[in-house]
Design a binder for this molecule. Structure first.
Ligand code: UD2
Ligand code: MN
Length: 346
């Protein structure tokens, strides 16, 4: 609205003329472009089959994005960050009696046959979690429910292996873990192994399930012991060792049947190799142990002190290199690899 002089009117008309000329040139340019595109891409890219004639600019865009090794290479995955941005710190754990395996499977669709790998970055370590097991199904369910999301928040490439002792002979935690190590290495060259009780649930995801320069003990404290270190050389519950560290100590002893001693034996092996045991800060290395009584078939091993005394003499001959067993089945279930094994009896 308002006053417009004759000069202003001429200018306005001129503006319309310039606009018209511009639009006509754009139209002419698009037509030329479209013809060229159809011709040039139709020979060298499978993706061109979906190109419709006359859609020149979009075609050109398609051919740029859909021919990865020609113009625009597929973005390469980069290493995951030193500290995962997904960590949440201390979390309240839940142990719902109504929890079902199907629920846990539904929550973990990104896990395939017990294995997970981050989709958007390359994990810093490939870790096998080994669980010795017999008749603790409920604990296993809670374990899977908590550990899968926990490990995923740490952006690890990992697999969960459950090593089931068949039969009802006395339980042998250490030998089952040796079997787990040997069997898991048949699947993949895991660089780190976590030896894990089924009933221990980590409370803080800053407790990283990765290996270090030295063997690592991840349980500083747990609910039942007031979150204090049990005793100075304590090495039970959950430990992390690289493939090479575990090989160097010849794994666990195979000779501890029943409860106790096998974790101290591993500590002696580590010390004999002049390796140190490291632990995360007490504030993060906290666990809840699901309540349980001593299992039948895992009675206290009264011979354990004698066995511990001879470890320096026998470790070279008793361990991974003498672990004899019969694998009865390997089932690749959605959330874990289930290895059932006959490890003999005392
Ligand atoms: C302690 C140690 C454990 C081990 C054990 C002595 C901690 C937190 N844990 O655990 O690492 O050294 O003493 O052997 O200090 N299991 C079964 N079915 C059985 C028996 C055992 O699945 O019938 C497995 C299961 O993974 C269990 C683990 O073996 O968590 C250890 O047995 P436990 O929980 O009975 O022994 P606990 O809590 O005294
Ligand atoms: Mn326990």
């Amino acid at each position: 609205m308002g006053f417009c002089s004759p000069v202003c009117k001429t200018l306005r008309r001129g503006k319309y003329f310039v606009l018209l000329v511009l639009s006509l040139s754009v139209l002419a340019w698009i037509t030329t472009f479209s013809g060229e595109t159809v011709k040039s891409v139709s020979t060298d890219s499978a993706s061109t089959q979906i190109i419709a004639k006359g859609d020149g600019l979009r075609d050109k865009f398609n051919s740029w994005t859909a021919a990865p090794n020609r113009v625009n290479p597929t973005p390469q995955k980069v290493k995951c960050p030193q500290e995962s941005p997904l960590l949440q710190g201390a979390r309240k754990l839940s142990f719902e009696s109504s929890l079902k395996l199907k629920d846990v499977e539904t929550e973990n669709k990104a896990v395939t046959e017990g294995v997970y790998e981050p989709s958007d970055c390359i994990a810093r370590q490939s870790v096998a979690i080994l669980i010795p097991h017999r008749s603790r199904e409920r604990h296993l369910l809670y374990f899977l429910h908590h550990l899968h999301p926990f490990l995923q928040r740490q952006q690890l490439h990992y697999a969960i292996y459950v090593i089931q002792q068949s039969g009802d002979a006395t339980f042998n935690r250490a030998k089952l873990l040796n079997v787990g190590y040997l069997e898991a290495l048949k699947d993949y060259s895991w660089e780190c192994f976590i030896f894990h009780d089924v009933d221990l649930i980590p409370e803080n995801d800053h407790n990283l399930y990765v290996c270090d320069q030295h063997p690592k003990h991840l349980v500083v404290g747990r609910n039942a012991t007031g979150y204090k270190l049990h005793y100075k050389g304590y090495f039970g519950g959950v430990t992390a060792m690289t493939k090479d560290q575990f090989f160097q100590v010849n794994g666990f002893s195979n000779t501890y049947w029943g409860w106790g001693g096998e974790d101290d034996d591993l500590r002696i092996r580590v010390e004999l190799q002049k390796m140190k045991i490291i632990r995360p800060a007490a504030a993060v290395a906290r666990y809840t142990m699901v309540f349980h009584k001593r299992d039948s078939g895992n009675e206290i091993n009264k011979d354990r002190m004698r066995l511990l005394g001879r470890t320096p003499k026998v470790w070279r001959k008793d361990g991974l290199n003498s672990c004899s067993y019969k694998t009865l089945s390997v089932d690749r279930l959605p959330l874990y690899v289930n290895i059932t094994v006959d490890i003999g009896k005392p």
